[in-house]
Write a protein that binds this ligand. Structure first.
Ligand SMILES: Nc1ncnc2c1ncn2[C@@H]1O[C@H](COP(=O)(O)OP(=O)(O)OP(=O)(O)O)[C@@H](O)[C@H]1O
Ligand SMILES: [Mg+2]
Ligand SMILES: [Zn+2]
Length: 378
């Protein structure tokens, strides 16, 4: 294919594996995934001479760290798909059944069950001339977003915390109380409701257990948004029809958050998805089944494939700047830290390094499992 500074390159991206695209800034990484995007979307006329191996691929999802929506009505709960089964559950409660409430009654996005004074926002806007709009809690619902009748339906939490004594009597949560629960708390509350539990477990596993189900999406950090976007694609078991592209996902993440991101990426791959990550972070590269290194330089000085193949072959690859860098740094990285190791080094090994290693070990076996059979598609 030929696109921007990429001239006549021939790339292979193995299906159902993790491919990492590396190279200096301006070498053509985003251009490459842009073309892939067009190909998967079924463009007939793209910047390529030939594409093959797309049989059965139905969808490409691009995940960036932009906020998951400017709409304060979307929340981690709605976005990760836990809110629908929760509304269904509330509609199943005896109090709801006798009144004929449907799941939509428990939505703050549509008329019916929400507080109409604030239209389910929980706050009302005060328009002030010459000043920015101010928001105050809604007086009608006390900030609870739902009307009185809706809030009368309760879900009894029979179980105490898994690690403590059972409560004296069941605690009853209304739908607003549920919005206020953190993912971790909700996990205990809905332990016995598999469709809810599964999604909450995923959110917890990728390090988002502390988020409240009802936190407005625009207030989420970039890294939080990015991981929540991925949760939805993790729920289905098999995802062989899915291609996921992440362009520099570790930007803006603390090094101790990189393993959390990798955890999600591996789950996607294990579910059969083809994942392509543009990334400079060596921890992410190490996890790759397949590396495409572009360069050697930026712009016109780049656009070529310097290396294409498994990670191990990249380290020290003569034609690859990334490979030479990795080789030069591999020694220091694998040496045991000296007694008087600097804090930075000790910290890296202890926290991020350790977690990354752990993730890596888990992956190697996953990768070994996957690598039986399967030719890279083109
Ligand atoms: N629409 C375009 N038209 C012409 N040239 C472009 C276009 N988009 C990008 N380029 C050029 O193509 C080259 C590769 O750009 P690309 O965005 O693919 O780089 P990259 O490897 O993703 O870099 P970075 O790491 O900085 O994101 C650059 O020299 C860039 O200026
Ligand atoms: Mg780019
Ligand atoms: Zn209200």
């Amino acid at each position: 294919m030929t696109h921007h500074n990429l001239r006549g390159v021939d790339v292979q991206i193995p299906r159902g594996r993790l491919t990492v695209v590396t190279g200096v800034s301006g070498s053509g990484k985003s251009s490459l995934v842009e073309a892939l995007d067009q190909a998967v979307r079924g463009a007939v006329d793209g910047p390529w001479r030939a594409v093959s191996g797309l049989e059965g691929i139905e969808r490409l999802v691009e995940v960036d760290d932009k906020p998951i929506g400017k709409n304060p009505r979307s929340t981690p709960g709605t976005y990760a798909g836990v809110w629908d089964p929760i509304r269904k559950l509330f509609a199943e409660m005896p109090d709801a059944k006798v009144r004929g409430y449907t799941p939509s009654r428990f939505s703050f996005n549509v008329k019916g069950g929400r507080c109409e004074t604030c239209e389910g926002n929980g706050v009302v806007k005060l328009e002030m001339s010459f000043l920015p709009d101010a928001y105050v809690p809604c007086e009608a619902c006390g900030g609870k977003r739902f009307n009185r009748q809706t809030l009368q339906v309760g879900f009894d939490v029979a179980e105490g915390p898994a690690d403590g004594p059972p409560p004296e009597k069941p605690r009853t949560l209304d739908i607003h109380d549920v919005l206020e629960l953190s993912v971790r708390q909700a996990l205990r509350v809905f332990e016995r409701v598999p469709p809810i539990r599964r999604r909450l477990e995923l959110m917890n596993d990728i390090g988002l257990g502390y988020l409240k189900l009802g936190q407005p999406s625009p207030t989420l950090s970039g890294g939080e948004s990015q991981r929540i976007k991925l949760v939805n694609h993790l729920v289905g078991r098999g995802q062989p029809h899915l291609v996921v592209v992440l362009d520099e996902p570790s930007i803006g993440l603390h090094m101790s958050d990189v393993p959390k991101l990798l955890e999600v990426v591996h789950r996607l791959v294990d579910a059969g998805a083809t994942v392509v990550v543009v990334e400079h972070n060596p921890d992410v590269m190490r996890e790759a089944d397949w590396i495409i290194d572009l360069g050697p330089g930026p712009g016109e000085a780049g656009g070529e494939i310097c290396y294409q193949g498994p990670y191990d072959g990249l380290v020290g690859a003569a034609g690859s700047r990334t490979g030479r860098w990795l080789a030069a740094h591999a020694d220091n990285d694998d040496a045991a830290p000296a007694a008087g190791a600097t804090r930075k080094k000790a910290g890296k090994r202890g926290a991020a390094g350790g977690a990354a290693k752990k993730a890596a070990t888990g992956t190697r076996s996953a990768r070994a499992r996957r690598s039986r059979g399967g030719e890279p598609g083109r």
